[in-house]
Design a protein around this ligand. Structure first.
Ligand code: GLY
Length: 341
């Protein structure tokens, strides 16, 4: 098992990466109340059903204040008070909602996460941003509050749908691209092991990804500057997600390849650097390209950032493993998207 500690002004998180971590639930003090993704609960009833459980409905459409309100009412019924411990169990949607509920109910109840998806383990459960969508706008309402612990239980990944597992690999490639060129090389050499859920490879990959995220969040918890680099591939990725029926990781994969190409156009990286990212994306079984309407993508980026004029912060690569934040005027972005799509 690997342990990583995140220390921030708003709190500390102990992150554990390993197998069968969920069996530690009986050791928690106080005994927890679980907020569990509905699918995870039906798949792993044996692990969780002996605890008071509130089912969190799955699907992005349920990441709303209505779901939060429903959970508050269930907490009242269970007589949860400030001495209780809430544990969110599921992927990024569940942990985002659970973290938001825990940070606001009675002005804060202690909470932790059991992260059950690859995307959740390497990204969504770490960093303290919790929240819900509003009228289709992602994560408009939220808090930054660190969970006390995150357990990345690798044994739960075996029951994930294949497409969902592969989608998580996009964020893993992202960490190498923005921060660690050696990790990109490791991924190139071990992609088949990762796809086969080889436990040694998974441990290394989840631990390295979580460590990179922790390092960035520790330095800039509130995203005033450095933390923006975690959005590499996400500006275009979110615009694709609004438009096409694709998973988050699939959209981010396409967004990363486009951002890498833009970095090449600006002479910040070479063609072979772009190929390394694109080849990794393809080796993982993720899309590296998609037919897109540049005008629609541009409008979606504007909507996502609530921007009408001025410029946008875009994450580019100035060499592999070195992400930089560049301000690009929206008028220029429009032309760039025309060339990239
Ligand atoms: N909860 C995800 C993050 O803080 O980035």
């Amino acid at each position: 098992m690997h342990q990583i500690k995140l220390t921030t002004p708003t709190g500390d998180t102990d992150i554990d990466v390993g197998e069968l971590l969920s069996v530690r639930l009986p050791g928690l003090d106080p005994s927890p109340i679980l907020l569990v993704d509905e699918n995870v609960l039906s798949r792993h009833n044996d692990l969780f059903s002996q605890y008071p459980c509130i089912e969190v409905p799955s699907g992005e459409g349920n990441k709303t204040l209505q779901t939060v309100e429903y959970i508050y009412r269930e907490l009242v019924k269970l007589e949860v008070d400030r001495s209780s411990l809430l544990v969110g169990v599921g992927g990024g949607l569940t942990t985002d909602v659970a973290g938001f509920v825990a940070s606001t109910y009675l002005r804060e109840v202690r909470f932790g996460f059991i992260s059950t998806t690859l995307l959740g383990q390497v990204d969504a459960s770490i960093g303290g941003k919790n929240g819900v969508n509003l009228d289709g706008y992602k994560n408009m309402i939220g808090t930054i509050r660190q969970p006390s612990f995150v357990w990345c239980d690798l044994s739960l990944l075996k029951s994930l749908a294949r497409k969902e597992y592969v989608s998580g690999i996009a964020e893993i490639i992202k960490y190498g691209a923005i921060r660690d060129v050696g990790f990109l090389q490791y991924l190139k050499d071990h992609m088949s092991g990762l796809l086969e859920l080889d436990i040694g490879v998974l441990e290394k990959v989840v631990t390295t990804s979580a460590t990179i995220k922790v390092d960035v969040v520790r330095k800039d918890e509130k995203e005033s500057d450095l933390r923006k680099i975690l959005n590499f591939g996400h500006t275009i990725g979110h615009a694709i997600e609004r438009e096409k029926k694709v998973l988050h990781g699939e959209a981010v994969a396409i967004g990363m390849v486009m951002a890498a190409k833009l970095s090449q156009t600006m002479d910040l990286i070479s063609g072979s650097d772009v190929d390394l990212i694109s080849d990794l994306v393809s080796a993982a079984g993720l899309p590296a390209h998609m037919e897109l309407d540049p005008a629609v993508i541009f409008q979606n980026i504007r909507k996502d950032k609530k921007k009408s004029g001025e410029s946008i912060h875009f994450i580019l690569l100035e060499g592999l493993g070195n992400a930089v934040v560049k301000s690009i005027p929206l008028s220029e972005l429009k032309k760039i998207l025309h060339d990239l799509c």
